[in-house]
Design a protein around this ligand. Structure first.
Ligand SMILES: [Zn+2]
Length: 635
């Protein structure tokens, strides 16, 4: 999503967490240029490419939408063919754009568009005969072997989504270790040779486009030299690391109390399989293990509040006929949850969603066909035809997800008047951060304001630590993981991590950044990175790290504009039109300007930084330091 042409995949990618198939180069004919290209040719090329890309995008979205909401062999075939055409187009644009990089006197705007076209592909193939086909085959094989991957629980085979869920359920340490080891051995290990070969080919392709390697190409989408961007992410990490260290220390103590020294010692790194997640990337599933006595329970659940207000979840046997009263129709109450979400944005002064949103959104799972249920936000015509695809349930998670997905839709609509190549987030962290920052505003007071929560049931201040700790177990625990995935990949692509050291380097980074270790010794031929979707899926990952940081910057800025003076985590800017007007100014810029310009418009700062996140969690940090007194908080 960080580049203009990946805009083509934005609809499918947004909000997903699951990202689309990596764009892989297809064979192209590349005649050697005979004359130095001119400025006029560069202009003509960009104008034509932008038009062709927009035409493709509109057509592709219709196919993708139908495929996602009506999965059959036929719509799969249409989507596959269409995706291949899109990839070919992207490769053609990237190679052509590279030719104009050295044209003298390129105006900034034209250069920006050329850069977006040149870096608009995730895995570029070189023009060498057979290279594109080999790269495509390897990338497809890696993805599909991940998709078919199986682990073991109790000696029985278990598929990927089930094992992921089981890692978050109560089990014995031996069961966790079995799931962890079997998943990493059976899914990761077989990919190693393919992955090393893929790196070689794609690096050749990146060099043909004028980048030193694929990692440098990925880092080129941030309006600064690739090395400077890498340094910036490290600076942000160092800002937030003391908070992570304190959370790690406290969590380790609680796990030690639960499991004893033999399973989890009270010092050193944490065993990776005990944190409620296959990759130890978010720890919210073990919140019950760490919840502070007396302050851990908030005392209400949004799903229960909705149900108490009469929200009825659609049942499979429900009818949807003209004779049924409106409130008994399939999806009626789920739709009302979206009305609540829209109301938040309307309260900021943003225009209501278009009527087509309500007609075309998929609110609930249809009863008679297969659909992709993972929530995503779409923008079908690069104008007003915004929609969401969800299989909504009346519960707390989906209530938050709705606010999050709508963030994408409002962003998309806000930048609709930009040139097509600029219809994107200011950088790829922005798009995810908008919805998350709005969702941070779902505070108890906001729930009172919209009539869901009785004011008498607003949790007292002594519950704040529980609320913050629950948030931190996901949002803070994620930070080092969000960083290290690409730390490893950047090293692999630039050659500082050789294939023989792939696993060793991965394990070392996990220990260094996350402070975790595998539950069992890893064999020399292991390939543990392959056991995480985004590695075989070739999805750049730094965007998720950035989004976690940015959402708190946006939130802090909004609360300041709203005149909030209390503890940051209690702020809701619901109903504040100044915030809405300022936010809209940033959103409507899209990707037309370097991201610091966009950030400055809303927050007044040109720096991405972890300081707002630190501010938000400050009361928790104080409390954690108190709990950790006398402990050695290192690993
Ligand atoms: Zn999202």
């Amino acid at each position: 999503m960080n580049t203009a042409i990946s805009r083509l995949a934005v609809a499918a990618a947004l909000a997903c967490g699951c990202l689309p198939m990596a764009a892989v180069a297809q064979p192209t004919s590349a005649p050697a240029p005979t004359l130095a290209p001119t400025l006029a040719e560069a202009r003509a090329f960009v104008a034509a490419a932008e038009k062709e890309a927009l035409d493709y995008y509109i057509e592709a979205n219709l196919i993708e939408w139908v495929n996602n909401t009506y999965i059959t062999e036929d719509t799969d075939a249409l989507a596959a063919r269409n995706g291949e055409q899109g990839t070919q187009m992207q490769v053609r644009f990237a190679k052509e754009a590279a030719k104009y990089e050295a044209v003298p006197g390129l105006p900034a705007d034209l250069r920006r568009k050329l850069d977006k076209l040149r870096a608009g592909i995730v895995l570029p193939a070189p023009t060498t005969a057979g290279a594109a086909r080999e790269l495509n085959e390897i990338a497809t094989r890696l993805q599909s072997s991940y998709g078919k991957g199986m682990g073991l629980l109790g000696g029985k085979p278990i598929n990927g989504s089930d094992i992921e869920e089981e890692m978050g359920q109560p089990h014995t340490p031996a069961d966790y270790a079995e799931m962890w080891q079997s998943w990493h051995d059976q899914v990761g290990k077989p990919m190693k040779a393919d992955y090393a070969r893929m790196v070689e080919i794609a690096n050749d392709g990146a060099r043909e486009l004028g980048f030193s390697d694929v990692g440098a190409m990925w880092r080129s989408g941030y309006d600064m030299p690739p090395d400077e961007f890498a340094a910036l992410t490290e600076t942000i990490w160092q800002d937030v690391k003391p908070l992570y260290d304190a959370l790690h220390c406290y969590t380790r103590t609680k796990l030690n109390e639960k499991y004893g020294d033999a399973v989890q010692p009270g010092t050193g790194p944490i065993r990776a399989d005990l944190l409620g997640n296959m990759w130890a990337q978010e720890w919210g599933n073990i919140y019950a293990v760490v919840a502070p006595a007396g302050a851990g329970d908030l005392g209400y659940d949004v799903g229960d509040l909705l149900k108490a207000k009469g929200f009825v979840e659609t049942r499979a046997d429900m009818n949807d006929t003209p004779e049924t009263p409106e409130t008994q129709r399939r999806g009626y109450w789920e739709k009302q949850m979206f009305r609540i979400g829209e109301n938040f944005y309307s309260s900021l002064g943003l225009a209501p969603l278009p009527e087509s949103f309500w007609e075309r959104t998929q609110f609930i799972k249809p009863r008679d066909r297969d659909v992709v249920c993972h929530a995503s936000a779409w923008d079908l015509d690069a104008k007003d035809d915004i929609r969401i695809k969800m299989c909504t349930k009346v519960n707390s998670d989906d209530f938050t997800t709705i606010h999050h997905e709508l963030g994408h839709n409002y962003y998309q609509r806000a930048y609709q008047d930009q040139d097509f190549l600029y219809q994107d987030g200011a950088n790829d962290g922005f798009h995810e951060a908008i919805g998350d920052f709005i969702a941070l505003s779902i505070t108890p007071q906001y729930l009172v304001d919209i009539g869901l929560l009785d004011p008498a049931r607003v949790p007292s201040a002594d519950k704040d630590i529980g609320l913050l700790l629950r948030q931190a177990m996901d949002k803070v625990a994620f930070l080092p993981f969000g960083l290290l995935i690409d730390r490893w990949r950047w090293g692999v692509f630039d050659g500082s991590i050789a294939p023989a050291d792939y696993n060793k380097a991965w394990t070392e980074l996990r220990r260094e950044y996350q402070g975790i270790v595998p539950p069992v010794d890893r064999p020399d031929d292991a390939f543990d990175p392959g056991a995480k979707f985004h590695i075989p899926g070739n999805t750049p990952y730094t965007r998720y790290f950035l989004a976690r940081v940015l959402q708190f910057q946006f939130y802090e800025a909004a609360c300041k504009q709203a005149g909030w003076t209390g503890p940051l985590h209690r702020c809701s800017f619901y109903g504040n039109k100044t915030v809405g007007a300022n936010l809209n100014k940033m959103l409507e810029m899209g990707a037309a300007k370097p991201w610091p310009d966009a950030l400055e418009v809303f927050t007044g700062s040109r720096e991405m930084s972890g300081k707002a996140l630190i501010h938000y969690f400050a009361p928790l940090k104080t409390w954690l330091d108190e709990q950790n007194k006398g402990k050695t908080c290192t690993w």
